[in-house]
Design a protein around this ligand. Sequence first.
Ligand code: ADP
Ligand code: ZN
Ligand code: ZN
Length: 866
Amino acid sequence: MEFVRVVVLTPLGPAAEPAFDYHLPESLEGRVEVGSLVQVPFGPRPLYGIVVDRPPAPAVEETRPVTALVDPRPVLLPVQIELARWMASQTLSPLHECLLMMLPPGVVGLTDTRLELAGDLPPDLRLSPLERHLVDLLRRRGPLTGAQIDRAFPRSDWRAAADRLVRRKILVRTPVLAPPRARPLQVTTVRLLPDVPEEDALKGLRAPVYRAVLDFLRAEGGPVDVGWVYAQTGCTRQHLNRLYERGLVTFDLEERWRDPLEGRVFLPTEPLPLTPDQQAAWDEIRTGSSLCYLLHGVTGSGKTELYLRAVGEVLARGRKAIVLVPEISLTPQTVARFAARFPGRVTVLHSQMREGERYDVWRRARAGLVDVVIGPRSALFVPLDPLGLIIVDEEHDPSYKQASRPAFHAREAALELARRAGATVILGSATPSLESYLRAQRGEFRLLVLGRRILGHHQRISDLQAVYGVPRTRYRPLTDGLEARYLDLPPVQVVDMRAELRAGNRSIFSRALQRSVDEALARGEQVILFLNRRGTATHIFCRACGYVARCPRCDVPLTFHAGAAAGARHTPSARGPRPEGLGAAGGARHAPSARGLGAEGSPLLCHHCGHREPLPERCPRCDSPAIRPFGLGTAGLEEAVRERWPGARVLRWDRDTARTAQAHWNILQVFSDGGADVLVGTQMIAKGLDLPLVTVVGVISADTALNLPDFRAAERTFQLLEQVAGRAGRGLMGGRVILQTYHPDHYAITAVEHHDYLGFVQRELEFRREAGYPPYVRLARLVYRHTDPRRAEVAAREMGDRLRDALRRSGLPSTDLIGPVPCFFARLRGYYRWQVLLRHPDPPAFLRAVPIPRGWLVDVDPVDVL
Ligand code: ADP
Ligand code: ZN
Ligand code: ZN
């Protein structure tokens, strides 16, 4: 007899390892493999499950048979099951959730119930109106599934009624499985049947459209999509049916792949001859002597060209590649470059794809028809076999971390997958994460550096010069005979906003920025104004000297919570200090209300340790009264730009103005076509298209991320500003960056001023080592949320005690537990959030031994602690 170990894809309660042994009925012998999707009986219920092992003998004495094989081919590769196991153990998530995440939605059907009448009904039955409707429906239509009843009684609570009827033994309920939703797309085609005497067959069909259809099909020569026939001849399905009845044509069903790149034309391009920098890096990568290469190169230094090289090499060896990008809708040019270099072999995955499209990408990959997939972190789970390469572009980007369970980091998962599949990883970034940089320093990753910006090759630049009528360029060849042209990074001017105020300038635009924008607009050039959206979070800040109120214990900025002292209904403006920002334009926004942060207390709160203090009347450093909450959003900025430059055409690009991939593309297209003069936006601006007419990039407030109460605040600030700076001066006219700040001396700011990544990293690593933060220690963050503030607080305190106990028992200092405290975003979507932070050399191992109740999200190695 054959046995299989099956993980059922349904939650069975905490702590349960949901793997069970079954045997195969004769009909399935030899057809089930590791990775197969099956249906199994579980108690009285049927469940979906994945075969994860084929043990020679079962772990229990009596096994039940597998009910059915749902998909004739395995839905997961063995290496994916290994990855899921690893992920479950590292993120402390149930294995079935990790397995499910690797499948496209719709492959596994839902569990459902079937209801039917128990038998003849007694005549004197007393029923509520809804119960009566339900009984009548089942009498009329026979047994129905939950989904079918949902359709019959939309928006009614028929389930409660059904429960009562089941209890009274009037209805019988049986658990069933709904079939998988995702199906191959099929299209109907029509074709001409040969050798039919047309004149006879058409007798009586006088409309000219019949002949037109026949002529069209004859000209096409083979089966044609019916939709195409309707469009070309103006006929309808009725006409085709008539022709079918007369034996003139026949219909077929054809399977179609839904291809997200369908209909887009990519002109094939040849690989470029490499620059000496690229060549040196390439010589290293080609040896394949390291599992992981960290490619450090500024924007435009030729990283993508190297990715293309590496993919080409892998394909030539008959293997496949995954290319991860943080957000595909913002990187249309990257997709286009891959698709053009490897025509017909590339596909993409993105968050806005429909279920059917995702299903088809997955199915094509499983059938071996996809060689390269580009996408966000979920692209990691497309089954490519054999896998040769995983590229993680912009490896520092926090969006690689999944926020919900399983809270995995795509970079770490990529490394694990590559290790198991025998593939190589290339991490690329202009500003590598401190984690990766330290690992490179320690020799775990191989560090490769591309030091210079290439601004395209000779030919492209000449073309652009002609288009824009620019006679001279600042590009220069490095070596004669090479095509590539280099360009320096743009100069960065740091403007001290405290000095602006002293000079009497109360505008949010410094004089330097105003002058630069004036000049650019006068010359018909374009301007980008950047404002980090999270800047709406409010901190306390002195406009005279730049002082920011910080926690005396944690040295992170304190956060202003409007309602804490004066009661929840008071807004800050009603109570004295008005948030600064745009004044009359009304761009200021307030921090989340402080209800639920505990009954009373002072309004300034440390989100690391819970320390509170009152709002100062005057600045403790310079004694100015100009100390107050500060916050400004992009919508307010747009308003201010219109006020200051009434003649300029302004375009805003953020999550509020662009929700879909198409909307992103449209905004970029309008701007790059010269449809606007000023683009106002959030960090999205840092990515995306080349914008050759942009000569000024203004950062309205370089400090917003810096003031977040997070140990990564400086790192994020540096990464973001470098990336924004990278948008400037990529055009023929060059460009400049103006960086407005109240902290002109902060090392993150001066590092951007001098494009000094190494200097920044040294300073920041020192800080992390001294303060006991990653990458020198590991953290786990446990977040609890509840709609009731008191329940949230109580649960958090209990968890804090439990963890402190566990630390003590394992001989570790209880100071390695930080909190419990309310999260920085203390109230999100109606939930009150509390957190506990744990410092430990191996958080998953430690936490596995601690019972973690429902409602807690465990985030090992968090990318932020907000
Ligand atoms: P990154 O990915 O680091 O931003 P890219 O690979 O996009 O850099 O390169 C920047 C620009 O330089 C692109 O327009 C690219 O076509 C061009 N480029 C890259 N490598 C070369 C090369 N070896 N020769 C000529 N042009 C190059
Ligand atoms: Zn001050
Ligand atoms: Zn503190």
